[in-house]
Design a protein around this ligand. Structure first.
Ligand SMILES: [Zn+2]
Length: 208
């Protein structure tokens, strides 16, 4: 399938992706970092229409842009409290460097998204509602802060759980197609087969 993918890396180091699954003028955002201006400009410049945003989890570096986003937002509702209360996270990470506005719009339960284009995986551990989005026809998986190229998401933050992370790796990650490409919430992309071989955290948890 012919598709197009644009990646923007926020000043918070998180990745925002804009996917045009059919290479037509309809695009979908994956994650909404605080500084959405450049991705929104990309949309305008290319005369795209926005189908919606898939948010991998509720941390502010992936969701603070919700206040500036004017289309449907899908997320696992277990992370809604994080996305709607970002100032506590911001305080602990940036010394209140960013002042947040509270998002009062609608967050749609990602599990109501049901179609042939996308598979939704719940992979708690980094946060309770952490979610991966797989586009099987494109061979790509957006993992947020679940799995990175060389590490995995931390589990010591609010609603994080190390035991949930281990079972997500054993029960979700282990079923990912080896030939698919992982597009993480931070850092570069990599193939599942390479990550399974070279990421020491994944190797350890898959094999123990
Ligand atoms: Zn996170």
């Amino acid at each position: 399938m012919n598709s197009e993918l644009y990646r923007f890396t926020s000043f918070t180091s998180s990745n925002c992706y804009i996917l045009r699954p059919f290479n037509d003028d309809v695009c979908f955002f994956v994650d909404l970092p605080p500084d959405l201006d450049e991705p929104i400009n990309y949309v305008k410049k290319n005369n795209l229409s926005i189908g919606g945003a898939l948010v991998t989890h509720g941390h502010f570096d992936h969701s603070l842009g919700m206040v500036n986003f004017e289309s449907k937002i899908f997320m696992n509702l277990e992370d809604e409290f994080l996305a709607r209360n970002p100032q506590e996270q911001i305080a602990s990470f940036t010394n209140n460097f960013i002042q947040s506005e509270t998002f009062n719009g609608e967050i749609i339960d990602v599990n109501t998204l049901n179609n042939d284009l996308i598979n939704i995986y719940h992979n708690p551990g980094h946060t309770a509602g952490s979610t991966s989005f797989e586009f099987p026809d494109l061979g790509i998986i957006f993992t947020g802060d679940f799995v990175f190229k060389e590490s995995i998401g931390r589990t010591d933050l609010k609603s994080g759980s190390n035991s949930d992370m281990i079972s997500s790796i054993k029960n979700v990650y282990s079923k990912f197609n080896k030939d698919y490409e992982i597009l993480p919430g931070h850092g570069p992309s990599e193939k599942v087969s390479i990550i399974s071989k070279e990421n020491e955290f994944i190797r350890e948890y898959l094999n123990d």
